[in-house]
Design a protein around this ligand. Structure first.
Ligand code: DGT
Ligand code: CA
Ligand code: CA
Ligand code: ZN
Length: 582
């Protein structure tokens, strides 16, 4: 069982408990545990298997949850969940997957309408029966209808990249134990760093395909096999995801890796380019178009394949047929940003609001990750659910930060600098949640929109534009508000947002949380084009939450960003210069 699967089980438990009206602290414990486990990159099995470690070392995991983790890892099941599933009608799960329908609303709907399926709710909305219910106007009814369509769209049931990555890592580790495997690499959308992955594609170099297939089918997470062939075998693995494994010979490895990395659009362009040069490209290699002897001109490495058609090797993240061929041909491919370019992280939370680690713990975790600065950006008071900070509590936190910086400096170099920040809410009626004179004392201000997400495009765009033009706002957090597979973006004119950000030297965020990843690749590329500086930030709520930076980096690479396009690649002194707004 992977970490992501465990996280989704805990989330599910939290939903069901909340639906049943269970104690809020109990619900919260499961939600927090889900978020914690989701953020841990190391497989939990390795904590279980280490004799000197225990789950209790994880913040927020007490005896009860530790026991549940053991049970889940040992049996793949949770008796408590089984019981909950018996108590709660099945349709409730489907209803809760509709964005905007939380346990409370679902309860109301269940109590007033006879619902046995999502379809029943759709019909009830179409017949106007939902808008008659207390607390559900016509607007809500319309938004439920469009969100049902969102929930039913198969594009919204793909795995997050991060979830797929956990499976890829486990599988590669397992396959390497097979002596017949000479080399193994992952391909497909995972390798291109797409935010979601439909199925996983693996490529093995071996002269003994049969032994490789046997080993693959014996993987502990193999649910069942779909097809077994001589060169390709497919299984269903964790989360029901399909994994395709292909075995090729050494002389074709590069060609196959290129072919199965895709994208399909990129490959079509590549093949037609080859054709014009009198060549043919397939998964075995490059050959002369009209030659029947089948002599392979290139195939061993990807570099050879691209070279054969007069191109520089193209990084997988750019292989979407969005202009990469022209860049490659002219030797103008960008030098894509990497994780090692990152010097700081400019969005994170602590126990002062809804984070799970203290200020000092976050700072220590940042030092461990080699960062040279972080900004603490807890929520402002409007976010009551997270006990957001008012001016008084913010100033108290900043005093704490002063002390911490002093003691960090005393500890000697290389040291970390903690910036005094805030994630200030952009209010429903417009304006910011804290007075200007408070914001003027911050080192770094992120402004984000959490409430009033159902407003019209004009309203939301205006709210964001106001924040962008505000003299003390440095960055707009998660600028579209979408949650992948869960909630669509709010309606907003992003071109105006991007243009205003460029004009006001306000940064836009690429939120590295694998559920968010907004701005996405297209929008980040548009922002770069307009001259906007981006900040890639983790929005961490736990210490391990800092590790999602790599997901943000992938999204940035897909947008063609270089280190220079991203503010938190600068050393602190250079960052401060950029922050001097005109
Ligand atoms: P996904 O799995 O939906 O997230 O996206 P991909 O890009 O991993 O797509 P997938 O798994 O269907 O195929 C892997 C790569 O194989 C794809 O990016 C391009 C390559 N490919 C080339 N020609 C074809 C073809 O005719 N059919 C399929 N299925 N794949 C092809
Ligand atoms: Ca795939
Ligand atoms: Ca596939
Ligand atoms: Zn945040």
């Amino acid at each position: 069982m992977t970490n992501a699967e465990i996280a989704s089980i805990f989330d599910h438990v939290a939903d069901l408990l909340e639906y049943q009206g269970s104690n809020v602290f109990r619900v919260r414990a499961y939600r927090n545990a889900a978020r914690l486990v989701q953020g841990i990159v190391e497989p939990l099995t390795s904590i279980r298997d280490a004799s000197d470690r225990s789950f209790l070392e994880l913040d927020g995991i007490g005896k009860d949850l530790a026991q549940k983790l053991e049970t889940l890892l040992d049996s793949g099941q949770l008796p408590m969940l089984k019981q909950l599933e018996e108590e709660v009608p099945k349709v409730v799960f489907d209803l809760m997957r509709v964005p905007g329908l939380g346990p409370k609303k679902v309860k109301l709907l269940m109590a007033s309408l006879e619902l046995e399926s999502l379809k029943d709710l759709e019909v009830a909305c179409q017949e106007g029966r939902v808008s008659l219910l207390k607390g559900f106007g016509e607007k809500t009814e319309q938004s439920i209808l469009s969100n049902i369509a969102f929930a039913q769209n198969p594009d919204n049931s793909r795995l997050l990249w991060d979830e797929a990555d956990q499976i890829v890592c486990l599988l590669i580790q397992w396959m390497k134990e097979c002596p017949a495997v000479q080399r193994i690499e992952a391909a497909g959308s995972w390798r291109r760093g797409r935010e979601t992955v439909g199925d996983i594609d693996l490529l093995v170099e071996s002269r003994k395909p049969n032994e490789v297939m046997d080993h693959f089918l014996a993987w502990e997470h193999t649910d069942h096999s779909i097809v077994r062939g001589d060169t390709k075998t497919s299984i269903r693995g964790p989360h029901g995801i399909q994994v395709d494994m292909r075995v090729v010979e050494k002389k074709s490895f590069g060609a196959a890796w290129q072919y199965f990395t895709g994208s399909k659009e990129h490959n079509i362009r590549l093949r037609s380019r080859a054709k014009k040069l009198g060549l043919s490209i397939n998964e075995y290699g490059v050959t002369e178009l009209n030659q029947t002897d089948g002599k392979i001109l290139a195939g061993k490495s990807e570099k050879d394949i691209y070279k054969a058609v007069g191109l520089d090797w193209i990084p997988p993240e750019l292989r979407e047929d969005r202009g990469e061929f022209e860049l490659s041909e002219n030797g103008e491919l960008p030098k894509l940003i990497t994780l090692t370019d990152i010097c700081g992280d400019l969005h994170m939370h602590t126990t002062a609001t809804d984070g799970e680690a203290t200020l000092a713990e976050m700072a220590a975790a940042a030092v461990d990750r080699g960062l040279s600065y972080i900004a603490i950006t807890d929520h402002s008071k409007r976010v009551t659910m997270a006990r957001g900070l008012d001016a008084k509590r913010l100033y108290e936190q900043w005093e704490e930060i002063d002390c911490l910086n002093e003691s960090l400096a005393r500890d000697g170099s290389p040291s970390l600098v903690v910036l005094k920040g805030i994630e200030v809410d952009i209010l429903e009626k417009g304006g910011l949640d804290l007075p200007d004179d408070v914001l003027s004392h911050a080192d770094w201000v992120v402004a984000s929109l959490h409430y009033g997400q159902q407003q019209s495009q004009e309203q939301i765009t205006d709210r964001l534009l106001d924040a962008i033009c505000h003299p003390y706002v440095n960055c707009i957090g998660h600028p579209t508000g979408r949650l992948i597979n869960r909630r669509p973006a709010y309606k907003v004119d992003l071109q105006r947002v991007i243009d205003a950000a460029a004009e006001n030297t306000t940064c836009l965020e690429i939120n590295a949380n694998p559920w968010r990843l907004d701005l996405d690749d297209h929008l980040s590329a548009a922002a770069k084009e307009a001259g906007v500086k981006l900040a890639i930030s983790t929005d961490a709520h736990t210490t391990t939450g800092l590790d999602v930076m790599r997901c943000g980096i992938l999204q940035a690479r897909r947008a063609g960003l270089e280190a220079g396009d991203v503010v938190n690649t600068r050393p602190l002194s250079a960052l401060k210069e950029i922050l001097q707004k005109t």
